[in-house]
Write a protein that binds this ligand. Structure first.
Ligand code: URA
Length: 236
């Protein structure tokens, strides 16, 4: 027996907090009866519906690591009919991406139907580091490096920079390649961070999510996460 809001979150429908709101808004029913009490315990045999839509509680859990190409959208559906990351995975389950990469950002993204792990990886409290390789227009100067060391404020909040490394300065092309590790997932955070410092991000790739790395996954290629890797992510 498990608490209803946890079962809803685990199904991948939404976060636990959102599930609590839905329960209080009388949108959730169990075996045909509307439930309004938080913490109601249910079993795997119970039928849970939200706004009349039945939740799939008995699915096998699947986990994929995709090297997202440029020009693909990080969601399950796109109203404009563009290719989504889910379209690239050959899987019969209803999976969704964990977090987002911009349309023009490439690199690592996890897709799963395991809501509990997805919520865990996205919650800032769990401090999951993500590393990006950014190609900047311009040559990074000492003053900017000092600012990166001190931490940069974006939209009123300081971005926690775990590490950064200048990979290459191309004086002829006037570009800098920098690898940077952060733990937060605000939208466009890397682009906005460098914008704050006066640099345009020309290209962006996510190279690592915690211990997971691109390895030899080509653009658009994916692999299944091993049981060991899933356990390691759960232990965060
Ligand atoms: N930061 C960005 O600016 N874009 C991404 O896609 C990811 C992080």
């Amino acid at each position: 027996m498990e608490r209803l809001q946890k079962v809803i979150a685990n199904s991948g429908y939404c976060s636990r907090r959102k599930a609590e709101e839905l329960i209080l808004q009388k949108k959730v029913s169990v075996n045909g009866q509307v439930v309004t009490e938080l913490g109601t315990k249910i079993s795997g045999d119970d039928v849970v519906e939200i706004d009349g839509q039945m939740l799939n509680l008995n699915h096998d859990k699947v986990y994929y690591l995709l090297n997202k190409p440029r020009g693909v959208i990080s969601s399950s559906k796109d109203e404009k009919g563009r290719t989504t990351v889910v379209d690239l995975i050959n899987c019969n389950q209803r999976i969704y991406p964990v977090g987002r990469l911009d349309y023009d950002t490439t690199g690592l993204i996890i897709l799963t139907n395991d809501g509990e792990l997805a919520n865990k990886l996205m919650h800032p409290r769990n401090n999951i580091p993500k590393t990006y390789l950014a190609k900047l227009a311009g040559i990074i100067d000492k003053e900017t490096i000092d600012k990166l060391k001190k931490g940069v404020v974006v939209d009123g909040r300081k971005v926690k920079i775990i590490d950064f490394k200048i990979k290459k300065k191309d004086l002829q092309k006037e570009t800098t390649y920098i690898s940077i590790t952060i733990i937060e997932g605000r939208n466009h955070i890397i682009k906005n961070l460098f914008k704050e410092l006066g640099y345009l991000v020309d290209k962006l790739t996510r190279t690592h999510i915690d211990f997971l790395e691109i390895g030899n996954l080509g653009s658009g290629e994916y692999r299944v996460l091993s049981t060991k890797e899933v356990k390691r992510l759960y232990s965060k």
